[in-house]
Design a protein around this ligand. Structure first.
Ligand code: FE2
Length: 386
């Protein structure tokens, strides 16, 4: 087994897993886009395929025949370097190409890439292949959360599958982990894959702090709601308070009160909320307000990374107090792939830790996720610091 064989297997298993996520869907579920931030499953299937076609097959595989010349326009997400594309809000307005044709596109590209790699490859190609695989894994998480949003905003609240466990109990009792002041190294270190935004590794000085070894639970968050947390302006940022009032927010996304009992939409349909599982589907605004109410705060991403080996993580993306900014000596890639991360480093907060929807081999202590402060359709929760 050489590097190409293992990467090829990794590629094939990743392609297959994306399709398995879509197995429980009805054909109509593939097309709708109930919010601009959510993409139709059909679009994810095509876009992850386009990435390999655009960045490997077109430039490197001389005998490759393009599946459909219009697909770059349909499935390019945000790469200005590559050219014009369908505006994001219109992704759900396209009944064509059909789902069947998009699956045929997937097979065409998967097959062509497999035969290309078996014949010929270079370090340059393998590096792009690796990014393409991890790119598809990022979209697997988005696919899962977009499917939840699509079905969870359907008035019938249909089930996706009962086989996806999105709520685990806390594994331990809450304790404060004390951290000493000092210099800590932050950023990716090993030779394993990472994104450019996890580099360069650098030193930060942290004052002493304490961080919770557990995530905030549904029961704890219910206490915030019952104490009138959504009605107390002094707990919120000005932007957060405007958001609460404008959008009439009074609970996490997917929460519904039925006969005085809190329920939430899950992949297995509407369920009673279990109190001792980590709260999820919170915006940064809500995470911040909750921390204020507790007389605590959110950790910075550096505090989180310095302490991550001391607590369990991996159930919820955790909002941090850190703005999404480049690390010192950050260098974006040349060409189109330089658009992958760098141009989004404005007006977003960093999330750390990964979630129940994160694909295998895609979570690591230095991974930096990022979203705008009002968004909450990912499995987002929080951990307190003080
Ligand atoms: Fe993408």
């Amino acid at each position: 087994m050489n590097l190409t064989d293992s990467l090829l297997d990794f590629f094939l298993e990743t392609r297959e897993y994306t399709e398995s996520i879509c197995k429980p869907l009805e054909i109509e579920d593939y097309v709708v886009q109930p919010s601009i931030d959510v993409s139709p499953p059909k679009w994810h299937l095509g876009h992850t395929t386009w990435f390999f076609e655009e960045f490997i097959l077109k430039p490197y595989a001389k005998s490759y025949s393009i599946f459909d010349v219009d697909f770059s326009f349909v499935f390019n997400s945000y790469y200005e370097t590559v050219g014009k594309r369908v505006v994001r809000a219109d992704r759900g307005n396209m009944s064509r190409p059909s789902v069947e044709k998009v699956y045929a596109y997937r097979n065409h590209v998967t097959g062509a890439l497999k035969s290309f790699l078996e014949k010929k490859n270079s370090k340059e190609v393998l590096d792009i292949l690796e990014i393409g695989i991890h790119h598809e894994k990022q979209h697997q998480e988005l696919l899962l959360t977009d499917i939840k949003y699509i079905l969870g905003n359907n008035p019938l609240l249909p089930k996706y599958t009962k086989n996806f466990k999105e709520h685990n109990s806390l594994e331990r009792a809450q304790e404060w982990v004390p951290m000493e002041e000092g210099i800590y190294e932050i950023g990716h270190k090993s030779t394993d894959f990472c994104y450019d935004n996890e580099l360069g590794r650098h030193k930060v000085y942290l004052h002493s702090y304490a961080i919770s070894n557990t995530l905030v639970t549904n029961a704890e968050y219910m206490a915030f709601i019952e104490a009138g947390g959504y009605q107390k302006f002094d707990l919120w940022h000005a932007e957060g308070w405007d958001w609460v009032n404008r959008e009439q927010i009074s609970a996490p996304l997917y929460w519904h009160i039925i006969d005085g009992i809190w329920h939430h939409y899950t992949y297995n349909g509407l369920q009673k909320i279990t109190t001792e599982t980590p709260v999820t589907h919170l915006s940064y605004f809500e995470a911040f307000a909750y921390a204020q109410w507790k007389g605590c705060r959110l950790p910075t991403e550096f505090e989180w990374e310095a302490a991550q080996h001391l607590f369990a993580w991996g159930q919820r993306w955790e909002w941090t107090e850190s703005a999404y900014l480049p690390y010192p000596n950050y260098k974006k890639a040349d060409g189109a792939l330089g658009e992958y991360n760098g141009k989004f480093m404005v007006n977003q907060k960093v999330l750390r830790g990964s979630s129940v929807a994160t694909s295998s081999k895609h979570a690591r202590p230095t991974y930096r996720n990022f979203f705008q402060t009002n968004l909450r359709w990912q499995f987002t929760g929080l951990r307190l610091a003080k």
